[in-house]
Design a protein around this ligand. Sequence first.
Ligand SMILES: Nc1ncnc2c1ncn2[C@@H]1O[C@H](COP(=O)(O)OP(=O)(O)OP(=O)(O)O)[C@@H](O)[C@H]1O
Length: 399
Amino acid sequence: MLAAYLVGAVLVWLFRAYLFGLDTYGMFSPILEAVINLLLPLYAVGGLLAVLVLLGTPWGGKAAKEGLQKVGLVNHAGEAPALIAKRQDTDNPRLTVWEFDPCGIPMGEWEDKRARIETALNITIAKMTWAEGRKIIRVYSAPAESDFPALLPWKDKYLSPDNFVLVLGESLTGPVSVNLANIPHILLGGSTGSGKSVLLKLLLMQALRKGAEVYIADFKGGVDFPKVWRQKCHMCFREDTLLYVLGQLVAVLEARKGWLEEAGCKDLDAFNEATGEGLPRLVFACDEVAELLDRTGRSKEDRDKLNQIEGRLATLARLGRAFGIHLILATQRPDTNIIPGQIRNNMDFRVCGRAESVLSGIILNNTSAAEQIPKDARGRFITGDGTVFQAYLFDQERL
Ligand SMILES: Nc1ncnc2c1ncn2[C@@H]1O[C@H](COP(=O)(O)OP(=O)(O)OP(=O)(O)O)[C@@H](O)[C@H]1O
């Protein structure tokens, strides 16, 4: 439309004598011609400026700003974020990327108002990230009607060929995975029935298939782990056994430390490559770690034992990465001080299922994150970076 406007202006200017009948105004003709000569270029320049302004404002920018204003995503001055650009995602054509100038609104507030932003923009948000050194907020969206399947059965072809990548499920942006070689420990949270035990086992199954040795603490006598698990994993059914096993893992850590130092290798993979040793990764898992570490009503002797268990877990959490020793801990209890900071702070990959705000705050440092998971969703989780995904459901009898 603007191009037609500009072409029209040029044509009018070229044929001005004919169009305005300049010759017919006698002595006023030169004045009229001068006025037209001045006005038409001004008209063209005005059009050009309009083009430039429109090019700088993406399609729908005004509506997006108004929508966000209406749902209350505003800064102290009452200003809503400005849309800078909107495009199709190059990696995943199903997604649209919205780039906003956040106008000083912190990411936490975007997360808190996620559902309202979805309504305002009529989209389903797949994830939100900072870009360009926190100058821009990128919102990755799918069409509003997009949803996760209620069930995503596990298929063996999903097993990652990469060392030591474990896959968890699928988000709207694609598969969600974690590489234990880079992020060594995983903390899973979720209220009862959220699907965290199934997710924990999904991760352990992949670790086993990749050649890791798996250690499981389970004080319910193994009822949660069918026979096939007990055959393939080292099970700890009692606190004494657990203390002993954790002691062994710390001893392995110390031994590996010496070997790596001697060989001048920075981590387990480098050591295995340099020496051809093939030392396995060791994974320790506990489905209810808050329960395990709870001292309430326990005798002095038991509390001493739990202190030692906690100390050994903390050592593994702090030093395990380089030596290929990993923790995967799950909890459903929203007790802030039961998982000690020195363990929790070293668990960098955090995932939370359906949960109350306190548990969501403990796992993800964001009390409203887990609200994005519908109450009836099973196996639906959100990661620390705000990615929602549906976990693969696998048959735990077929380990
Ligand atoms: N990924 C999934 N997809 C679909 N359904 C799932 C998924 N994971 C779990 N479920 C369903 O949810 C039920 C509860 O799962 P799970 O036992 O893992 O929950 P939980 O959070 O560990 O609860 P609890 O702590 O009480 O054991 C399962 O029996 C299964 O029917």
